[in-house]
Structure formats: C-alpha cells, structure tokens
Write a new protein. Structure first.
Length: 441
C-alpha cells in the first residue's frame, strides 16, 4: 500500500481543517471532570539516524540510514463518542548501504526489493474513536502487547493493518483486543500478508484478546490468547513482582510462558511447543543484576508474527534462544541514570548461553531439500542441534535539557557464536542509533 506524498499532504491539510471545525469544545466543556471534552491535535517528527556494521559468516555489510516520521494525531472530537484520525508519513534516505543489507532497502509494490536512495509512504493511516476509557482504531497502526508489537530497532518500523480496541475494565485492569490482516514491513512500502517469523509462512489474519492487571511497573499479571488463522493458537501468561527492602534495595522476579498449538489447515505443519522463562533479580540504587533461565518444550521452533517482537521470554534479546528442546541461561547487569550534566547515561551488559537444541523429532518431516522449512530444521546435512551464545553491551545517553532535550543516542555491540550445526552463522554487530523527537504543536 503506497500513498503519494502529494495526496498525503492533501489528506493532512484536509484533516487539519476538519479538526478546526469539529474540535472546539461545547460551552462548559474542557474541564478536568468533563469526559466528553475534545482533545487537542498534535503534530510531531521523529528523526532517526541508524548505522550498522555487521560481519556474518564470510559476509560483511554495512548500513547508514536517515529517516523521518511525520505524525499527525488529530485528537478526539467532543461528545460521548469522540472521533479522530492518525496520519504518519514515513520517509528514509539511504546514505550508504550495500545491496546485501536486505530489509534496509526499499521494496516496491511487487516486492522485488529494488534499491532506492529516497522513498516515502504512509506508515500510519487510521481512524479512531473514544468513549470514556475505551479507544478503538482501524487502519494502519501499531500496538504493543505479548502477541503483536512492532520491531522498531531499525531505521523504520513496520505497521499493521487491522482493528484494535483497548480500555480499562477497572482502575488497574485493562482489556486488549485486536484483529489484523496485513502489514507493511520495516523500510518497505507495500502491504503484505502476515507471516511467521521463523517459517516465513503467510496467513490471512492474526487475532488476540488479552487482560493485564498492573499495580506498578514491576507488579502485574497478564494473560493473552491469540490465533493465526489456519496456523496456530497461542496462549501467553506473564507475571512480575517486586519486593522492596528499603529505598535503595529491592528484589524482582518475572515469569513468562508461551504455548503454541497448530490449528485449522496447519499451514506450517504440526506445532505443539511451549516456552517458559524465569527471571530473578535485585536492584541496589542505580544498579541491577539478574539471572534468567529459559526452556523450550517441543519439537518445533517457538514461532510468532514476523516483523514483531511478539516473544516476551526473558532470553529473547538479539537472538531468541527458542529452538526445539533448547535451554538457556542469561546473566545481565544494568546501571541506569548516571548524570552527565545535560544527559543521563544508561548501561547494560549481558551474556546468554543456549544448549540442548535438537530438531531431530521434526526434521524428518522436512528432509526433502525443496521443503519450505528444510533450512529451518537442517544444516550441513544434519538436523539443527548444538549450542550458541550471545554477548552484548548497550550504552544509551538520554538528553533531558538544552537544545537536544528528548534526544537519545545508543551504541550496541553484539557478538553471537553458533556451533557447526546450529541455525544461522556467527556474527559480530555494531549499531549506532540517534533519535531526535520534535514537537511541532
């Protein structure tokens, strides 16, 4: 789905004019206790510079991209049901990228992956309605939950087309529903079918329903059920808790579980896999230390929606550690809030070791070299198996004052080493990301 920039600007101007007509509040409206008051419009820009250098196996590739997201949020009109729309023009400039950068290059409507130096498209385009604490959106937009969340760590994020409804059932209880039937992949402009992240098997629709009860940032209970049509049913359960000792010390724990079972036409074959993780950690002032154990039960990869981060297991970092039968252990140290005058510095270092991966139970079903999932279960003539490990370091500067207020700069260094018969190749990666948000009004 592409939107010509001229048409986009026309829609934007039209929506601004419409908003000017419908947004003025009713006499007496606009007070803090008036739930039917109109809400203001906002126009913002997010500028991002993204640079990556990666050596994977024998291949070296680099990327330097500059992108901008112009986002108009109309707010909601006055009345028992308020209406509005979100428009987002996404654009990118290829400053220096080799052809092997894959998902960084522009892809046209037929998905050919033809490289372009400059492109723009409608990344957000949805109508919305609000009643009390309930908000519904339909069109191109993003959501954030354990089933579907955009993978926004590159130059531009994906967008998903569908309907979402969120609202508060009680003060600390939120209900979340969504049904989506297409996506625009990050740095692409064409609308495609949804597909699985590991199998790359397409399907027509992803639907979910979830409840989240949150008492604080660390204390919550979460339950989601999802369905990828003719692919799988998915269940997610999550729980987190913090135990304060005093003002400086606290203990934390987190449990996450996914269960995936095939359904309908089973487009990706038989799926009967569960993944669970448990994190134990402590905080002392600005420092935190945690250890996480994760295990996969089943003969298939624990799969999820492509272009999303819909895998909240503790050891899903740069790599997922979600192979059949795999076990993994993570040790992480973080330091947050080091004062550097106009900015604060966050630091995080981790190591994850995975072992016991074994696809023998499923590999026989995909032994033919022309099987769509052959390379997911076989490597060098042997079923995927063995060990791998990840080491990572991220340093982030957050500017809270001065000209660069709101700007973040992050540097990540990741090393991933795989054994001879584990999926993929070893790689070394360095990523620098600079985000500069600008509020126009």
């Amino acid at each position: 789905m592409r939107l010509h920039p001229t048409l986009f600007l026309g829609l934007l101007c039209s929506s601004l004019a419409t908003q000017a007509e419908v947004s003025p509040t009713r006499p007496g409206a606009g007070g803090p206790n008036d739930a039917y008051a109109a809400t203001p419009s906002h126009l913002s820009i997010l500028l991002r510079s993204y640079a990556e250098q990666i050596k994977e196996g024998e291949v070296d590739r680099h990327t330097w991209m500059s992108s901008a997201r112009f986002i108009f949020d109309s707010g909601f009109t006055a009345g028992p049901i308020g209406f509005g729309l979100d428009l987002g023009l996404y654009s990118a400039l290829n400053l220096d990228a080799v052809s092997s950068t894959r998902n960084f290059v522009y892809a046209d409507d037929n998905g050919s992956g033809t490289s372009r130096d400059v492109w723009a498209y409608a990344g957000l385009l949805n109508v919305k309605a609000k009643h009390g604490n309930w908000v519904a959106k339909y069109g191109l937009h993003t959501v954030g939950n354990p089933v579907l969340e955009p993978f926004d760590s590159k130059s531009l994020p994906p967008s998903f087309k569908g309907l979402s409804v969120t609202g508060k059932v009680a003060n600390d209880l939120t209900l979340d529903f969504g049904t989506f039937d297409g996506s625009i992949q990050g740095n692409h402009s064409n609308l495609n079918q949804l597909s699985s992240a590991y199998g790359w098997v397409s399907y027509d629709r992803l639907t979910y329903l979830g409840l989240r009860r949150r008492w604080s940032a660390d204390d919550e209970l979460v339950a989601y059920a999802g369905n990828a049509s003719d692919m799988w049913n998915q269940l997610y359960l999550g729980a987190g808790a913090a135990i304060p000792v005093n003002g400086e010390v606290s203990y934390r724990t987190r449990f996450d579980l996914y269960g995936v079972r095939s359904t309908g036409k089973m487009r990706q074959g038989q799926m009967n896999t569960t993944g669970a993780s448990l994190m134990l950690g402590s905080r002392l002032g600005k420092s935190s230390l945690s250890i996480s154990y994760q295990q996969i039960f089943g003969d298939q990869w624990l799969d999820f929606c492509k272009d999303s981060q819909g895998l909240y297991l503790a050891n899903s970092v740069a790599n997922d550690f979600n192979a059949p039968q795999e076990k993994s252990l993570q040790l992480r140290y973080s330091y947050r809030g080091h004062n550097l005058g106009m900015s604060k510095l966050n630091f995080s270092a981790w190591t994850v070791v995975g072992w016991g991966a074994n696809t023998t139970g499923e590999a026989s079903n995909h032994s033919a070299t022309d099987s769509p999932l052959h390379n997911l279960y076989w490597k060098n003539g042997v079923p995927i198996q063995g060990r791998h490990r990840e080491h990572g370091l991220t340093v982030t500067a957050i500017f809270h004052d001065g000209f660069f207020k709101g700007t973040t700069a992050a540097l990540s260094v990741i090393s991933h080493n795989v054994s001879a018969h584990y999926l993929g190749d070893s790689y070394r990666q360095v990523v620098f990301t600079l985000n500069r948000p600008l509020a126009i009004y």
